[in-house]
Design a protein around this ligand. Structure first.
Ligand code: GLP
Length: 241
């Protein structure tokens, strides 16, 4: 595991964008595994800036997102589909047909999970998976206590996650209670993993995830078992390490 400590959120974003863009330059038709949440917004802004300067070309890039809420339509501004389009896809020359987000409106969620998992395999797997981390250690929407052996599956969100994500919704009641998420097994199959974190509120969980025991109660701790993980985090997020 390689850990880059940066001074600020902006430096974290630039370093993470650097690692992702290196992948795009070295392998123009790479498969990027992408994440949502507030942490990667600066990373996506940086990629867009470099694209606008002519330094990056996404025309052959393919993407798969980690997760999606159940029950939100693509036009709902809280859906992860909407997030990805507004923060990245609609701002660069990626082909819409090369981008993939689980369908949170699928009538048969189990079939959608199986379709998504098969899709990732059919694309040849993920070259680099970007991850944020929840306060309880979740990655994607893999909540504490879930088996490390799961592939893409339907998840019941914990109270803590609903609480953390309610800032984006009118009330906590509006936060979806379920999501479709790549499983830990899916995430661990990525050839390279890039974990980003920012802020003091992530310091405790980062210490547990990177230095604590590898246990399902801290889903991100499994990353210690992957042989190509890069962590990019600011000083505040790494202050307890
Ligand atoms: C959400 C997402 C995760 C993300 C996490 C942290 O629940 N499903 O992929 O890493 O929140 O979000 P933030 O970056 O806003 O702290």
């Amino acid at each position: 595991m390689k850990i880059y400590k940066t001074k600020t959120y902006k430096d974290m974003s630039r370093k993470a964008a650097n690692i992702l863009s290196a992948q795009v330059i070295l392998k123009p038709d790479c498969v990027l595994g992408l994440a949502t949440g507030s942490t990667p917004i600066g990373t996506y802004d940086q990629l867009v800036e470099w694209y606008e300067k002519g330094d990056l070309d996404f025309s052959e890039v393919k993407t798969v997102n980690l997760d999606e809420y159940r029950g939100l339509t693509r036009t709902d501004d809280q859906s992860y589909y909407y997030f990805m389009h507004s923060h990245l896809f609609d701002r660069v020359n990626i082909r819409p047909e090369n981008t993939n987000v689980p369908d949170g409106m699928a009538e048969n969620p189990d079939a959608e999970c199986a379709r998504y998992e098969a899709l990732i395999q059919s694309m040849g797997g993920v070259d680099i998976q970007l991850l944020g981390i929840g306060h309880n250690g979740h990655i994607g929407f893999n909540e504490p206590g879930e088996s490390f052996a799961k592939e893409t599956h339907c998840v019941n969100l914990t109270e803590r996650t609903i609480e953390a994500n309610k800032r984006f919704f009118a009330t906590a009641d509006d936060v979806p209670k379920q999501a479709i998420s790549m499983g830990i097994k899916t995430i661990m199959r990525a050839r390279k993993i890039l974990l980003i974190a920012s802020g003091e509120d992530k310091a405790d969980i980062m210490a547990q995830a990177l230095l604590g025991p590898v246990v399902p109660e801290v889903p991100a701790s499994i990353l210690q078992m992957h042989d190509d993980v890069v962590v990019v985090a600011d000083e505040a997020a790494l202050s307890k390490i």
